[in-house]
Design a protein around this ligand. Structure first.
Ligand SMILES: CCCCCCCCCC/C=C/CC(=O)SCCNC(=O)CCNC(=O)[C@H](O)C(C)(C)COP(=O)(O)OP(=O)(O)OC[C@H]1O[C@@H](n2cnc3c(N)ncnc32)[C@H](O)[C@@H]1OP(=O)(O)O
Length: 243
């Protein structure tokens, strides 16, 4: 699945809806046993949640958007397929979450590419299920420090921390992702799927059990004037950076 929503593959409501529909089709196709996620936009895997979906909109819109974000994560983290992220560009926040939610992450070894859960830098808080996914990948200590600082890690640092599993030159990315996929698909599906489910079930169940509460927390938090102000300032900062 190739993300192609220029300029930065931000995760808008439309993007997320298409992502979920595409994933569901693949999940229901008995001939499809694995998916590689990558980007068709140069230098960007995904810039994370589309900030304009969380700024200056109605409470109803925030709730609809957040349910879609939850749905995307539930489907991907709970997927029966082998999921490999071929990270060919920067991947902050929600973009990093997509990569973390896969079974395996391969990143291009470009010192300009960054990845991480940088929510704290925007004055927002990664919800518990972002945090759980991060902890399950890198462990508690690394996740705690990285989340509190809202760190964006270079590709080599991300590799050192275990945030990504492998680094490769750009020209080798697709070949490596295909090789990893072949390795994972060599196992019997039922054994791999039951093992994956055993490893991820508690974290998935936690969101399922608290889904509406999580929507309300998001809506209350994001609609605070202080948070709206932080998001507006962040968007301004992104625009100014270009001038
Ligand atoms: C206890 C209480 C619990 C409550 C729970 C509350 C939970 C709240 C959690 C909410 C979670 C949010 C997760 C997220 O994903 S937030 C998004 C974070 N994303 C970022 O910080 C990335 C921002 N973007 C960048 O750093 C850079 O754009 C880039 C990705 C490195 C690319 O840089 P580049 O120089 O190539 O491109 P530009 O910066 O010039 O961007 C091009 C245009 O795209 C616009 N843009 C960029 N990112 C976003 C985005 N995420 N959303 C919307 N728009 C984006 C940028 O403004 C430029 O627009 P312009 O062309 O109109 O100027």
């Amino acid at each position: 699945m190739k993300f192609k929503s220029p300029p930065v593959n931000s995760l808008s409501l439309d993007f997320i809806t298409e992502f979920c529909i595409g994933l569901e089709k693949l999940e229901n196709n008995r001939e499809c046993r694995g998916v590689i996620f990558t980007s068709a936009v140069p230098n960007i895997f995904s810039s994370g949640l589309d900030i304009t979906e969380m700024c200056g909109k109605s409470m109803e819109h925030y709730a609809e958007f957040w349910r879609a974000v939850q749905e995307m994560w539930l489907r991907l983290y709970g997927s029966n397929m082998v999921t490999v992220a071929a990270v060919n560009g920067s991947s902050p926040a929600g973009g990093c979450l997509i990569a973390l939610t896969c079974d395996y992450r391969i990143m291009v070894e470009n010192p300009k590419f960054v990845i991480g859960l940088n929510e704290a830098q925007l004055g927002i808080v990664a919800p518990f299920w972002f945090k759980d996914t991060f902890v399950n990948t890198v462990g508690h200590r690394v996740a705690e420090r990285s989340l509190q600082l809202g760190s964006l890690h270079s590709a080599s640092e991300a590799h050192r921390l275990g945030l990504v599993d492998e680094l490769v030159p750009e020209v080798k990315l697709q070949e490596k992702a295909a090789a990893v996929m072949a390795q994972w698909l060599a196992l019997p599906d039922h054994a791999r799927q039951l093992t994956k489910s055993m490893m991820r079930k508690a974290v998935l169940d936690r969101l399922v059990a608290h889904r509406e509460e999580d929507v309300q927390n998001f809506v209350n938090f994001i609609s605070k004037e202080s948070i709206q102000k932080s998001l507006r300032m962040y968007m301004e900062m992104l625009k100014k950076k270009k001038r």
